[in-house]
Design a protein around this ligand. Structure first.
Ligand SMILES: Cc1cc2nc3c(=O)[nH]c(=O)nc-3n(C[C@H](O)[C@H](O)[C@H](O)COP(=O)(O)OP(=O)(O)OC[C@H]3O[C@@H](n4cnc5c(N)ncnc54)[C@H](O)[C@@H]3O)c2cc1C
Length: 381
């Protein structure tokens, strides 16, 4: 049976057809280099921008295609399926960082930053996590103190995706009292910010092409007009509003990764022989893949429903949390089982399943851990 996502249109099929060919021909061959240098080339960002793949849902007034969220979803799907090395960076740049500017930025802020983010001239990052706090976002300690027409920022962030490359960082900082009400979001133009310094590109167990960094602020000076929103103290509420989008983006990547792991494993087990027959003819191999294919399809149908809700503008926090934890848990289980079905070759880096396995693991942690997702769902019981 052939299945087509309910949100797919002919126009989007045409866009994605061209985009997929571009990814396979122009970007996939460079992934190995990016993994080695722990950074995606700026040229790749610019090429993605030229294809209209960065922030497609930004309106034409800011250089985007003015498309619906379906385009964002489709870009994440294609990237995850063909060049997964790009996936986290693109999501951090678009679905996360740019979405804060779009939703809470003033007209002037949007005009200043979005067009360059659309072309890839400016790369975005979101700075929430600190060495002392990740899940408990209300406890962040980085401060932004208003001095005349500026904010003076002091503190440290860690684990920031695109941290090495970022030109614009949407930073969560404390502008007031302890707790949620004292947090604001401030856009930091990293390239010329005095007092701002990037730490090293952190060594991760996987996702080697994606740069992840510590960021340091020592009396860093940022224009006060870079505050997102009309007044201080709105940051926590702004984060809560946008986190369903981030979680859905992670779930999209998870489902595509599941489908890809299954594809890779069907191909491999069809070719590889043991005891005189293809591995796929062993009942255990076929049954395991049959189970995983069923789960991936269930995940796909639920995901498509969530994408529809996001397009309609009514995806709620609880449902997005369900999608994030369940799809990423299934992604990790699927990658593990598919690696097992490859035998020893599955443990070799040259086999894509080994990277799918190791790269999957982070999905249960970032964007809010899967335990935090269950807390959010439990509150709705
Ligand atoms: C590769 C990578 C990329 C990342 N990218 C970004 C980024 O771009 N921007 C950014 O801001 N952050 C980013 N992060 C940070 C990520 O979002 C945090 O690591 C995550 O939110 C968890 O925070 P923590 O590491 O401080 O863990 P902790 O909060 O210390 O949690 C440790 C463990 O305790 C559990 N736990 C905590 N509180 C509870 C509770 N109330 N109930 C039950 N269990 C609980 C957690 O689920 C987890 O299992 C990234 C992290 C990594 C590793």
């Amino acid at each position: 049976m052939s299945y087509r996502s309910s949100w797919m249109t002919e126009e989007l099929e045409a866009f994605r057809d061209q985009f997929r060919r571009f990814l396979a021909k122009d970007l996939a061959p460079r992934a190995e280099t990016w993994r080695r240098q722990k950074l995606v080339d700026r040229a790749a960002w610019l090429a993605l921008g030229e294809m209209g793949a960065l922030l497609p849902s930004v309106s034409e007034a800011y250089g985007g295609l003015g498309a619906s969220f379906a385009y964002e979803a489709s870009v994440i799907e294609d990237v995850e399926s063909i060049v997964p090395e790009l996936s986290t960076g693109i999501v951090a740049h678009g679905a996360i960082t740019a979405s804060y500017l779009l939703k809470f930025g003033s007209e002037e802020q949007k005009r200043r930053w979005l067009p360059k983010m659309v072309t890839g001239e400016m790369i975005g990052a979101i700075g929430m996590t600190e060495p002392g706090t990740g899940s408990d976002l209300q406890s962040i300690r980085t401060t932004a103190i208003r001095r005349g027409k500026t904010y003076v920022i002091n503190g440290q962030k860690t684990f920031i995706s695109n941290g090495q490359a970022a030109d614009l960082i949407v930073l969560a900082a404390r502008t007031g009292e302890a707790g949620a009400k004292g947090i604001s979001l401030i856009a930091v133009e990293a390239t010329d910010c005095k007092g701002f310094r990037r730490g090293r590109n952190l060594d991760k167990i996987g996702m080697h092409a994606s740069d992840t960094s510590e960021l340091f602020f020592e009396d860093a000076v940022v224009p006060a007009e870079n505050l997102l929103g009309t007044s201080e103290g709105q940051g926590f509420a702004q984060l809560m509003q946008q986190l369903p989008l981030e979680r859905l983006a992670i779930a999209i990547a998870a489902v595509v990764s599941m489908e890809r792991s299954i594809r890779l494993t069907v191909d491999y087990t069809r070719e590889r022989k043991a005891f005189g027959k293809p591995l796929l003819e062993f009942q255990n191999t076929a049954f395991k893949l049959a189970e995983r294919k069923t789960e991936a399809f269930i995940a796909r149908v639920f995901l498509d429903w969530c994408v529809e809700r996001m397009i309609a503008g009514d995806l709620d926090t609880v449902t997005a949390s369900m999608a994030k934890w369940w799809c990423t848990d299934k992604q990790v289980e699927t990658a593990d089982e598919c690696l097992q079905l490859h035998g020893g070759y599955g443990y070799m880096q040259e086999y894509a399943i080994s990277r799918a396995f190791i790269d999957a693991r982070i999905q249960k942690i970032y964007g809010g851990t899967n335990e935090i997702m269950k807390l959010l769902i439990a509150r709705s019981l």
